[in-house]
Write a protein that binds this ligand. Structure first.
Ligand SMILES: [Zn+2]
Ligand SMILES: [Zn+2]
Length: 369
């Protein structure tokens, strides 16, 4: 820091107040002065003259300088975050996310932990309030690596392939690739929970249920269902059924069905079929997002489920398949369903089933003869 600026910032006299006996004469013979670090009393005289900097700013500068002293060399070390500057956008207010670092206060007494995070720019502005949540820097790198299909983050690959990242939920990041495709990712703060726990799953499920009405036209299948003929994503459409009052049906359709010959896929049936592929009794969005990368659909209406670990499961889509009309009992069952959490036994059973599915190379669905 420029020493002139530093002397203004550190000298309380410029705040319009006086602090007397800042220095004292240590040796009367040489008249050598010493800084008063509590050897003698000091006197604070407020409002003695016009202020050059206000007391609030002065105090802030002092605390900031103290913070940087504590951070030591880390404070001024230029971390390479510039490649992310302006690339993380808040979906709630449109502002860019900004980088910041601080010490984790909770751990200050022990080895202080440096926290590097990104927060919505509007939260840093005066009176700014935005629901866009803070995200650890390492989570951004980790999720970017996964979105690109890499084991570790690679800055060059990021710059080449990813246009920007949109913060679309409390734990949701939407990666917008330069080639036009998007990847929605749900992250877990691995510093607290080192795996995809039942607790987190329940939490994420509650969040998604609460936010579902705000994400118009969006579902976990958005950008996940791909037409292999046209190379387009299936889009969700809505239809009100005249036969049943207040009944809205969603279905998925390729934008060019007449060209490619693909048929509509009822959302409810897709969920049911996907649950079966995943070995679940009922569809679970979180588990789907965790396990499946995308689903390819071809002209013969064969759904090819591509799992994140690379294995695939094929399923012939039965276009004649119709769900039975909903009974009051079934509806009640469905409404209660997402509230349930997964017991360790259920999770174990689920993962055993997944292993079984992977082992069995001849696995085929009942629709395929
Ligand atoms: Zn925001
Ligand atoms: Zn198509």
């Amino acid at each position: 820091m420029d020493s002139n600026i530093k002397s203004v910032l550190c000298n309380i006299t410029y705040t319009g107040n006086l602090l007397l006996q800042k220095e004292f004469t240590a040796d009367p013979i040489s008249k050598k002065k010493k800084k008063n670090r509590g050897e003698l009393p000091q006197y604070f005289v407020p409002n003695t003259h016009e202020a050059i900097i206000d007391k609030e700013t002065f105090d802030y500068v002092q605390s900031e300088m103290a913070r940087r002293r504590e951070l030591g060399p880390l404070a001024n070390k230029a971390l390479n975050t510039s490649f992310l500057t302006g690339k993380i956008k808040c979906a709630f207010c449109g502002q860019s996310y900004m980088h910041s670092q601080r010490l984790n206060r909770a751990k200050r007494t022990l080895q202080p932990e440096k926290m590097e995070t990104w927060a919505c720019g509007s939260r840093k502005k005066k009176g700014g309030r935005c629901i866009g949540k803070e995200i650890p820097h390492r989570i951004i790198l980790q999720e970017a690596a996964s979105a690109m299909g890499l084991e570790a983050f690679d800055e060059q690959a990021f710059t080449e392939r990813i246009d920007h990242i949109e913060v679309t939920g409390a734990r949701e990041l939407t990666f917008h690739f330069r080639d036009g495709h998007t990847d929605i990712r749900h992250w877990v703060n691995t510093s607290k929970k080192d795996c995809w726990t039942a607790e987190y799953r329940a939490e994420a499920s509650v969040y998604r249920r609460q936010h579902a009405p705000n994400r118009k036209g969006c579902s976990c299948f958005t950008t996940k269902l791909k037409c292999t003929v046209c190379g387009e994503n299936f889009r969700r459409q809505m239809q009100h059924l005249a036969s049943v009052e207040n009944e809205t049906v969603y279905y998925w359709r390729c934008p060019h069905p007449t060209q490619c010959g693909t048929r509509d896929i009822r959302d409810e049936e897709l969920r049911q079929a996907t649950a079966e592929v995943l070995g679940l009794e009922a569809f679970d969005e979180a588990f789907f997002l965790e396990q499946i990368d995308h689903i390819d659909v071809n002209a013969e209406m064969i759904l090819n489920y591509v799992f994140k670990d690379g294995h695939t499961v094929e399923r012939k889509w039965d276009t004649k398949r119709r769900m039975p009309k909903w009974s009051a009992e079934r509806r009640a069952q469905f409404e209660c369903q997402p509230k349930r959490t997964y017991s360790p036994e259920q999770r174990k059973r689920m993962s055993e089933h997944m292993k079984e599915v992977r082992r069995n190379k001849h696995w085929s669905s009942k629709g395929k003869s």
